[in-house]
Design a protein around this ligand. Structure first.
Ligand SMILES: Cc1cc2nc3c(=O)[nH]c(=O)nc-3n(C[C@H](O)[C@H](O)[C@H](O)COP(=O)(O)OP(=O)(O)OC[C@H]3O[C@@H](n4cnc5c(N)ncnc54)[C@H](O)[C@@H]3O)c2cc1C
Length: 381
């Protein structure tokens, strides 16, 4: 059941004017964006995110947050993603977890967890995926067994958790019932979501994956072995889980915002290169630049429209994610073509951006599943 208290997010005039520390954050991101050996951002960078207010942006003021609306949250993610898309997805997943706590947490959970972010700079991650589980999370093997006294014991392994080792708190999807439960479009109704604290016994980060895109996103494997969760750590149960997983999309929070940051950066690299090589006088180059600019404008439009509708924004948010990620990929490809052999150097920024855009098509949910989810809603009227 959704929490009763409704919270509204006041509209702010512009993110940049309300977030004076943004230039400092972006400078820190740009300073290390090419450093992907460890597969994660540096501790200093994470400290910058913790201390500048980025993490508490969409938290209501009552819990110590900056009370930004979800349009501004998307804008912040775009600004970060333009400098480093890997950090863009870490913050996207953090904001998504926050939205679930705002929307579905009990008042005690909101007070405890939102305050932990706003006051102590705690970072959230989400762990749904598992080796062998499909993208719609119909088959998961992480188990939660009820203990005498009301707590739960969690056992299992999760893969592709973005922010593994960076995050302090994890929303973990676990199977709580053996019986065949009703199958929802994303997740099952006999799965619960638990808030797992990485400092407690039974939680380990096993590995950060060596990805070919989003290489600094700390996307990796976590394992729970005899992890003891309190009854108050259950975020949702009995039937609400699929709705909770999809809740950020109903608000208009979208990975299209990350795609927009990637596309803006690739577009600007292509224009800058044309200017430096005097190619902007060449009709062929100029027309390609026009096409890339119009594609960029289209991504900007779909991302903005994700937070414009009243009511459930799932359709526009998933559409922005699919269109944004695939169009960002196309922009990167055009920019790579325009840059010729210069962009064929492995460490050229366009290669990183192209792979980051591709990663977006595969995650949160993957594009084929987004298409399915939106088409099902259309079919059902
Ligand atoms: C960079 C990155 C970050 C991620 N971060 C997280 C995270 O933080 N937390 C988390 O829980 N997960 C995360 N994931 C996992 C991601 O969200 C996917 O759910 C997961 O990878 C499983 O999806 P899949 O498409 O590989 O699986 P499957 O569903 O097994 O699909 C495999 C392939 O089969 C095909 N296919 C299957 N069904 C259909 C269909 N109905 N229509 C068409 N084709 C179909 C598609 O080609 C698909 O790619 C991340 C993934 C990536 C790449």
């Amino acid at each position: 059941m959704k929490a009763e208290k409704t919270l509204d997010w006041p509209s702010t005039p512009s993110l940049a004017s309300n977030f004076p520390k943004l230039p400092k954050v972006l400078a820190a991101l740009r300073a290390e964006v090419g450093d992907d050996i460890r597969g994660c951002p540096s501790d200093d960078l994470v400290t910058t995110l913790r201390t500048t207010g980025v993490l508490r942006l969409p938290i209501p003021a009552a819990y110590g947050g900056l009370a930004a609306n979800w349009r501004d949250a998307n804008e912040m993610i775009t600004a970060l993603a333009r400098a480093d898309a890997s950090v863009g997805i870490i913050v996207f997943l953090h904001y998504a977890a926050i939205s679930r706590i705002i929307g579905y947490g009990s008042e005690e959970q909101r007070e405890r967890l939102l305050t932990a972010v706003a006051r102590d700079g705690r970072v959230f991650a989400s762990s749904w995926s598992e080796p062998g589980a499909d993208a719609a999370k119909q088959k998961i093997s992480t188990r939660a067994i009820r203990r005498p006294g009301g707590g739960w014991e969690l056992d299992g392994a999760k893969t592709f958790t973005t922010g593994a080792g960076v995050a302090d708190l994890y929303l973990v999807l676990a199977q709580t019932g053996e019986e065949e439960a009703a199958q929802a479009s994303y997740g099952r109704s006999n799965q619960d979501i638990f808030v797992v604290d990485s400092t407690l016994p039974g939680f380990v980060v096993e590995e950060v994956l060596d990805l070919s895109g989003m290489r600094r996103s700390a996307t990796g494997l976590i394992r729970l072995s005899g992890y003891m969760a309190e009854a108050s750590d259950v975020l949702t149960h009995s039937g609400a889980t699929p709705d909770v997983i999809g809740y950020p999309h109903t608000l208009g929070l979208t990975l299209g915002s990350v795609a927009l940051g990637i596309a803006e950066e690739a577009h600007d690299i292509a224009v800058d290169m044309g200017r430096r090589r005097m190619l902007l006088d060449n009709p062929l180059y100029r027309h390609h630049i026009f096409e890339v600019g119009s594609q960029l404008a289209a991504i900007r439009g779909v991302v903005r429209s994700a937070t414009e509708e009243r009511g459930d924004r799932t359709g526009p948010a998933l559409t922005a994610k699919v269109f944004g990620s695939e169009t960002a990929e196309a922009i990167c490809r055009t920019a790579q073509g325009l840059s010729g052999s210069a962009a064929f150097l492995r460490l050229h920024a366009l290669n990183r951006l192209a792979q980051d855009a591709r990663a977006l098509t595969l995650m949160g949910p993957p594009n084929y599943l987004c298409r399915e989810l939106v088409a099902t809603r259309i079919a059902e009227g």
